[in-house]
Design a protein around this ligand. Structure first.
Ligand SMILES: Nc1nc2c(ncn2[C@@H]2O[C@H](COP(=O)(O)OP(=O)(O)O)[C@@H](O)[C@H]2O)c(=O)[nH]1
Ligand SMILES: [Mg+2]
Length: 463
């Protein structure tokens, strides 16, 4: 249990909700997602992982307002219901009194110890979420479980988990719940919850828990606000990345060996900058580095996923390469000839480099009458910048939709439609290209109001 100062004192004002249900329906997973904490409790496919009641609290403006309690799975409801009927035989007791009678009976500490923990917790709480694996058929054990839980006399909100599974039986469960008088019901897949899943959850709870409706509404609003703020922060991270990489420049001597070495340096800096953005996004959404899979392809310089400078990465992301990013040792680098006193479009230059960039430059060089002998500057190709935008946007979307119960690493899928895949880059990127001092990882980095404005505008575009 996450204890902190004043836990006992504030307990009385706290709204307390138990999460109950059969073993392995995803109770612990649900709490991971609701608390945005992938480390909460223990999750496993084997039954009975959660043996004790575990708690976690949600805060509003720093004050704890809601305590969640994770409980062990109910495993033997059919036998327990019979036991309680036997205990209560010949006595007129209402539901909660029957449950209390059981809790004082000897079997509550023996055979039904697990169930006693659950029912005892529900009696203490204000309400309970009943988590259902929607792939299961509705069976007698579920009905008996529900009869026991309903006997506690607390509002019960059924939550249908695993509704993304193709074989789910949500309709059947809805009907079965209605027959038990449970008409408010929520579909909430803990691994891939709907974007407004939490909002719906707190709204439904607000209906069931009139006395706590204000707190639940505030909680829901604050979660929505946090989600928007997270999104804005994520867009800023991606915009910063694009400005940094667009402004990135590496200068080199005009011979092939130094051009190659400088290209490597440029690529390495761009890759590292992308990795920093990935790390920051994962941290922002409260995921861990191993939530993001490395691609098994053994590509040179690969840090995560597909190497930024591999033509296949562009293809997979559906990025339109236009006249073609040069392949080979200098792929992904655009050569800028401004320092040689000639302003020549990098794209045109690369377009000429059909069989490799060096030959292309040589050809231009001859045609331009040897004017190319000065130092060169390398920058990152347009197509690579577009790939960065496409990938980071896809990552953002995947993280927004990912529950903290997910255990499979994130896999990015190329979006069907993404304006960043098409040729052409927005004016903000064009401007950043001509401002090497805007590159956050450069030695001569200089922040400026203009850079900040460009980052904001780019963040809006990325949205
Ligand atoms: N695909 C998928 N798997 C889930 C979901 N919820 C839980 N699981 C998995 O189901 C298993 C049991 O989950 P757990 O939270 O430990 O269940 P508990 O016993 O009710 O606490 C674990 O392997 C979870 O990763 C879900 O919504 N979708
Ligand atoms: Mg559990």
């Amino acid at each position: 249990m996450k204890l902190c100062d004043g836990w006992a004192a504030s307990m009385a004002d706290l709204l307390q909700i138990a999460v109950v249900g059969h073993t392995n329906t995803g109770k612990t997973s649900l709490l991971r997602t609701l608390t945005r904490d992938a480390g909460f409790g223990e999750v496993a496919d084997s039954p009975g992982t959660t043996r004790q009641v575990q708690g976690a609290r949600l805060r509003l403006d720093g004050r704890p307002v809601l305590a969640w309690f994770d409980t062990p799975g109910m495993e033997d409801s059919i036998a327990l219901l019979e036991y309680i009927e036997h205990l209560a035989e010949g006595r007129r007791l209402d539901g909660p009194d029957r449950i209390r009678l059981f809790l004082d009976a000897p079997e509550a500490h023996r055979r039904f110890e697990q169930e006693a923990r659950v029912l005892g917790k529900v009696l203490e709480c204000d309400a309970a979420l009943y988590v259902i694996d929607a792939r299961d058929p509705v069976l007698g054990k579920h009905r008996d479980e529900l009869a026991l839980l309903a006997a506690c006399g607390k509002p019960l909100l059924p939550v249908l988990n695993f509704v993304h599974a193709p074989t789910h039986r949500a309709a059947q469960w809805r009907e079965a719940m209605a027959r038990l008088g449970l008409h408010a019901l929520l579909e909430f897949d803990t691994v891939a919850p709907a974007l407004d899943g939490e909002k719906q959850l707190y709204e439904r709870l607000g209906v069931l828990l009139d006395r706590h409706a204000d707190v639940l509404r505030n909680l829901s609003q604050s979660l929505t606000r946090e989600r928007q703020e997270r999104r804005a922060a994520a867009l800023r991270l991606v915009a910063e990345l694009l400005v940094d990489v667009a402004a990135l420049r590496v200068s080199c001597e005009p011979d092939e060996a130094s051009l190659r070495a400088s290209t490597q340096r440029l690529r390495e800096q761009a890759r590292r900058r992308e990795q920093a953005c990935v790390d920051a996004l994962l941290a922002l959404y409260n995921f861990r580095a191993d939530d993001y899979a490395r691609d098994p392809l053994p590509l040179e310089g690969e840090r995560w996923g597909m190497d930024l400078f591999h033509p296949q990465a562009l293809k997979d992301a559906g990025v339109d390469v236009g006249i073609g990013m040069a392949t080979g040792a200098m792929a992904g680098a655009a050569v800028d000839l401004m320092l040689a006193g000639i302003s020549l479009g990098a794209a045109a230059l690369i377009g000429a480099a059909a069989g490799g960039m060096w030959q292309g430059i040589e050809r231009f060089g001859k045609r331009l009458g040897g004017k190319l002998r000065g130092r060169r500057e390398l920058s990152v190709d347009d197509a690579v910048l577009r790939l960065l935008a496409v990938r980071q946007r896809a990552l953002m979307q995947a993280l927004e939709r990912r529950g903290h119960a997910a255990r499979e690493p994130v896999r990015l899928e190329a979006p069907d439609k993404d304006p960043w895949r098409e040729a052409g880059l927005p004016s903000e990127i064009q401007e950043a290209r001509s401002r090497p001092e805007w590159c956050g990882v450069a030695d001569n980095y200089q922040d400026s109001p203009r850079r900040a404005a460009i980052v904001s505008r780019l963040a809006q575009r990325l949205a």
